[in-house]
Each structure stands twice: as C-alpha cells, then as structure tokens.
Design a protein around this ligand. Sequence first.
Ligand SMILES: Nc1ncnc2c1ncn2[C@@H]1O[C@H](COP(=O)(O)OP(=O)(O)OP(=O)(O)O)[C@@H](O)[C@H]1O
Ligand SMILES: [Mg+2]
Length: 320
Amino acid sequence: MSSTLANIYAEDDENQAFNHKLFAAPKKEIWAIGGGKGGVGKSLTTANISICLALMGKRVVSIDLDLGGANLHTCLGTNIPEASLSDFLNRKVSHFQDLLTPTPIKNLSIISGAQDEFGMANMKQMQKAKILNHLEEIDADYIILDLGAGTTLNTLDFFIAADKGIMTTLPEPTAIENTYRFIKSVFHRKLKLCEELIEVNHLIDRAMNAKMNENISPADALQKLAQTNPHIQKILAREINDFAPKLIINQVRTQSDIDIGFSMKLICKKYFGFNLDYIGYLDYDQSVWQSVKKRKPLLTEFPNSILTSNFENIVNKLTN
Ligand SMILES: Nc1ncnc2c1ncn2[C@@H]1O[C@H](COP(=O)(O)OP(=O)(O)OP(=O)(O)O)[C@@H](O)[C@H]1O
Ligand SMILES: [Mg+2]
C-alpha cells in the first residue's frame, strides 16, 4: 500500500495499532482503476486485468467500489453476490472474509459493492478506513478495486491508497477533460494528505488553483512555493516524484487516438510537474458488447481477440 494510506488511516485513531502490523505484513499489491468519467471502461478493465492475473496463477480479488452503480459482477460473468460491502458496513455480515464470492475463474473472487441506497459519496471516513484496514485480512496476491466515476473524496482516497492507481479514458475531448480534472484532484488530495505539508496547505490550494490564463501553472506555483523553504522543497520533490498515476486509453480506433496518451503525459509533466505513466491502450472491439450481452468475461470468451492481447500487454507492463 502507498505511504499516503497511513495518513488516511491516521484520521481514524482506533486504527493506529493496526497500521504497524499492516506495514510489516507480506507484500500484497492493491491496484485501483479509476477515472473522471462514467462509461470509460473502468469495470471492463478491472474485470479483465483481474482475469489476466488469475490466469497467470495469481490469487486475485476484485472489489466493486462503485457503490452507486455496482456492476463488476456482470463483467466477470457472475451473478450479484449475496453479501455486499454495505452488509459489512451495516454489520449484517461480521467478517470481511465472508464477503468473498468465488467466480467461474480459478483463483479469482469478487467482493460486491452496495446494492442498496448506500452511496459511495455518503461513506464516512471511519467506514472508508474500515474497508482499507480489512483489505489486509484478504489472502490474495492482488486486490483490484473498481472505482466509481467522479472525484468524491472517497474515490480519490481509494485511488491514492492503492499501490498502483490506474486511470482509463476515451480518446474524446469530454473524457480527456474529465481525466485531467480527476488527475488534478488526486494530486491535490495527495499533497493535502501529506502531514509534513500541513503548514503550507493554503499555499498548496492556491498553487493547485493556479490558472493557465494567469500565466502560471500549478507546476510553476509549486516550484515557487518550494523555493521558499528547503524542507518544503524536499518534501514536495518527494511527493511529486512518488506520484506516477497510470493511464490507459480505451476504445482506440486510430494511431492518433493512441498518441493522445503521449500528449497527455507531456502536458501532465509541464502543467503539474509529475510523471503520467502511459501503460497502453485498448482497441475498440465488437467482442466487448458480444461478451457483455452473453454475460461472459471478455478474456475467456474471446481469448484470441485484439483486446485480449491489449490486456495481456498492459498486465505484463504492470507486473514487470
Ligand atoms: N474497448 C471497448 N470496445 C468496445 N466497447 C467498449 C470498450 N470498452 C468499453 N466498452 C463499452 O463501454 C461500456 C462502458 O464500459 P464500462 O462499464 O467498463 O465503463 P465504466 O467506466 O465502468 O462505467 P461506469 O462509470 O458507469 O461504471 C460497456 O458497456 C462496454 O460495452
Ligand atoms: Mg463501472
């Protein structure tokens, strides 16, 4: 888990003792799949990355954290699991492990999001910390989180808490715009969660709200802030270096669609100062709706499709 996770936990004193145990625990990787916009392939990506890892012999748990519109089970070819995260948070289920539901794919289980009025946006800080803590109880090699659309604090915190934060977007202006909004919100939240930067919190807010038309980017403004104090400079440099969200462009049809990822990488470096890690693209492929219609996972239903090889390339990159 990322070091920022400690700060999300730290807001919940009861969990302090648990943290020490957590950081001494054997390595398990948590990946979160997010993105600013709805319908950009987050659930498709979560499902197929999970399946890919499971087929490689890894023990995988996919968790549907899109508590407002949970549908990951359909992408994985299973029925709605009986118990959901809201049952756990409402204490109808006492052990987190009991939420694990096997899927038709060996090595792969799912934990379902809420199927009731319980909304992600309403999740309290304690409940979020409770879920993050219990991820540690899960016996798996990989935990893959399917996040909802938007930039609620809960979504941002799960994205930041993961070892790898992966965004999907489409090669179209509205989706790209929302992706920048999402990235900016995550970056801003990450800096705000850093305890060593608390004294300059208001200056970070100002830097992150810098506008291009004022001729200053957040990267320039943060650099100016760094120059005021060598300690702040060191911490900011560490936080910025640590931050390397990953990007997948989904539904590509042309080379220029693929190239959008490289442009976004350049813009993030110039405008925000951090490295966006462009890890690959997914072709637009008819096999997606064919598999969704059949309620079967794409990767096992169409093992020879272009999209399957796209997913294999992405997982190879993520695991190497
Ligand atoms: N590469 C692709 N080729 C063709 N269709 C695709 C592709 N990726 C996604 N789709 C279609 O787009 C729809 C949205 O995908 P998905 O449900 O994975 O997005 P999402 O980001 O999880 O959406 P939400 O924000 O609503 O949870 C799916 O119904 C799927 O049919
Ligand atoms: Mg989804």
